[in-house]
Design a protein around this ligand. Structure first.
Ligand code: AMP
Length: 402
């Protein structure tokens, strides 16, 4: 993509208690500075700012997103860059839920912001934080175009059979209940990188992408368009995650409410924050899980086995959905860094043309690479994701076209 300008873009990913940020040049992919504000609203907040080999950490309570963003500006100023005069061409915001309304990068005005806020009913843990981040950025950078890039956008055109839940159709329509899918920016970016790496057109490829980070999702992509994905109405469905359960019998929810006396917020917290790897083993971080497994901890072993079992279910389903696959890709923290997960997820599948070369699998390069043997019918790749770059490019492409 020729973006035609070297102007920088600020990317903001505002979570409920954090703001991740990057200042970068989308055309060259050069990152000028990056950092994270953490524990917003808690007694012990802080910021970590990295620029040009320098790393600054500062601990102080941060009242809200607006105070967090002011601190980001302060850090830039301390390291010699006034963000209000940095020639920013756009601010790109990661917005989690675009509902049925938003399915492309969108220039934010009052009306768009109000709609993103209304969509909070579909993403109560995420959209309110995104809105807070957008409000703060608009206040601090009034002259700079603000662009929302939606995590759901890539999956907007899912086939009806893949996006429809088998519940009362009127209830579903009244409450926006369908599969939306998330991590779309990553699945889109990575599947594009895959086509480039293989020197093929996206239109020629059947792909499966596993985004395995703290959150985790799988997608089946035919000819550049997703035909299925594992996350649903919310980012809770699908694979086992750090703290999220992924797929469950929906009957568990009323059962817990009746038998354990939990109210709906307690069930929501249980499934989103205290389940997944953490619920099974006590730890949500994959490296900590691996240490427990190495020390012989049976609960950690079971958590790992459930994680792999679920991954293989989606792999099997998507192989059939696609009617065969050309390339299978692992990305995000676990997908890029855990050779064990990649090997175990794909073990014993030679009859489907899927194999992992054990030497290639343990290489530590930080670039897109093949881990299958050259003569295997299915290419297996590890491709680093880069959601910030994808958001920055999308935001810049939108503002220069306007
Ligand atoms: P992400 O959400 O993409 O940042 O991914 C976070 C997850 O990646 C955490 O569970 C980390 O433990 C995991 N991770 C990061 N580095 C490694 C590594 N070297 N080996 C295994 N897991 C890792």
């Amino acid at each position: 993509m020729d973006l035609g300008t070297d102007d920088p873009v600020l990317v903001l990913n505002s979570g409920s208690s954090s703001i991740k940020y990057q200042l970068l040049h989308p055309r060259t992919s050069e990152v000028v500075a990056a950092g994270i504000v953490e524990r917003i609203g808690e007694p012990e907040g802080g910021i970590e700012h990295r620029t040009g080999g320098q790393r600054i950490e500062q601990r102080e309570p941060i009242a809200d997103h607006s105070a967090g963003l002011r601190l980001v500006f302060e850090m830039f100023a301390r390291t010699g860059r006034d963000l209000t005069r940095a020639g920013l061409r756009a601010v790109g915001h990661r917005v989690v839920h675009g509902g049925e309304v938003f399915y492309r990068p969108t220039l934010i005005d009052d009306e768009v912001l109000a709609t993103i806020d209304e969509l909070s009913v579909l993403a109560p843990l995420h959209n309110p934080a995104n809105v807070a981040g957008i409000r703060s950025a608009r206040a601090l950078l009034p002259g700079v175009p603000q662009v929302a890039v939606f995590d759901t956008a890539f999956f907007h055109g899912l086939p009806a059979a893949a996006k429809t839940y088998a519940i009362d159709a009127k209830v579903a329509a009244a409450h926006g209940i369908r599969r939306y899918g998330f991590h779309g920016t990553s699945h889109e970016y990575v599947s594009g990188q895959v086509a480039q790496f293989l020197g093929r057109e996206p239109a020629q490829l059947n792909q499966i992408v596993f985004h395995l980070g703290n959150g985790a999702s799988a997608s089946a992509i035919r000819g550049g368009r997703p035909i299925d994905t594992s996350m649903g109405l919310t980012p809770l469905e699908g694979l086992v995650m750090g703290t999220r359960s992924g797929d469950l019998d929906p009957g568990i929810v009323p059962h817990l409410m009746r038998s354990a006396g939990l109210d709906i917020d307690a069930v929501d917290a249980l499934l989103n924050r205290d389940s997944g790897l953490k619920g099974l083993s006590g730890v949500n971080d994959f490296r900590a899980l691996q240490e427990l497994i190495d020390a012989g901890d049976p609960a950690a072993r079971l958590a790992y086995d459930v994680y792999i079992h679920r991954l293989r279910h989606y792999l099997g389903a998507y192989l059939i959905d696609l009617g065969g696959v050309d390339v299978l890709t692992f990305t995000a923290g676990v997908g890029e860094n855990s050779p064990a997960v990649r090997a175990d997820a794909l073990a014993g599948l030679q009859r489907f043309g899927i194999a992992v070369d054990p030497v290639r699998n343990v290489a530590k390069d930080r670039v897109a690479r093949r881990i299958s043997p050259d003569d295997a019918p299915v290419a297996v790749l590890v491709v680093p994701t880069n959601e910030e770059l994808a958001i920055a490019r999308a935001a810049l492409a939108l503002v220069i076209q306007d």
